[in-house]
Design a protein around this ligand. Structure first.
Ligand code: IMP
Ligand code: MG
Length: 183
């Protein structure tokens, strides 16, 4: 696919190699007990499927839909659950699997929400982290790549639902201003 607006930031082979490392590290960190992987729809589903297969242990997989309402460049902080989990988290080791941590608003909210369900442990794994953009504190236990403050697409990440199925993660040039004016 040749698109003049896209510039490769992370090539597929680099993403896959890092996810294999993350899978091995996470497996080693959870030697016993159930481990629930909670995929935050939709962006994290590509990462979740590769991460789960890179793990050397049994895992449960569940899905959660979240929408963050906001005007302008940043989120308002209003977070809504659009699809809840199917499986109880009580007493379980829980790992939230996210595509990217940006302002931190989504995960800050989600950590508080899921903590109320009494898991044994609750941590976050994200493929990408943009630390410069943080507005709310979030403790992230596993980070695939720290990236600069650029809008990226591919490997699950979209711009208006487009580009999710790219193998590579690419910088979408000129996207930021368009995003800023989107409702
Ligand atoms: P936040 O951390 O609450 O601001 O929001 C994180 C969510 O915003 C992610 O799960 C993505 O859906 C979306 N997001 C943030 N930065 C990007 C980006 O560069 N490309 C695509 N989606 C992004
Ligand atoms: Mg997301």
């Amino acid at each position: 696919m040749t698109d003049p607006n896209l510039r490769v930031l992370l090539a597929s082979n680099k993403i896959q190699a890092r996810i294999r490392e993350m899978g091995e590290q996470i497996s080693a960190d959870y030697p016993d007990g159930n481990l629930h992987l909670i995929c935050i729809l939709k962006g994290a589903c590509f990462f979740l499927t590769d991460l789960a297969r890179a793990m050397k242990r049994d895992v449960f997989v569940d899905f959660m839909g979240i929408s963050t309402y906001g005007k302008g460049k940043t989120s308002s902080g209003e977070v809504k659950v659009t699809k809840d989990l199917d499986i109880s988290l009580e007493g379980a080791n829980v790992l939230i699997v996210e595509d990217i941590v940006d302002s931190g608003i989504t995960l800050n909210y989600l950590m508080q929400l899921l903590q109320q369900r009494k898991p044994k442990s609750l941590r976050i794994a994200t493929l990408l982290d943009k630390p410069e953009r943080r507005q709310r504190p979030v403790e992230v236990s596993y980070v695939g790549f720290r990236i600069p403050d650029k809008f990226v697409v591919g490997y699950g990440l979209d711009f208006g639902e487009k580009y999710r199925n790219l193998d590579d993660i690419c910088i979408l040039e000129e996207a930021r201003e368009t995003v800023a004016t989107a409702p």
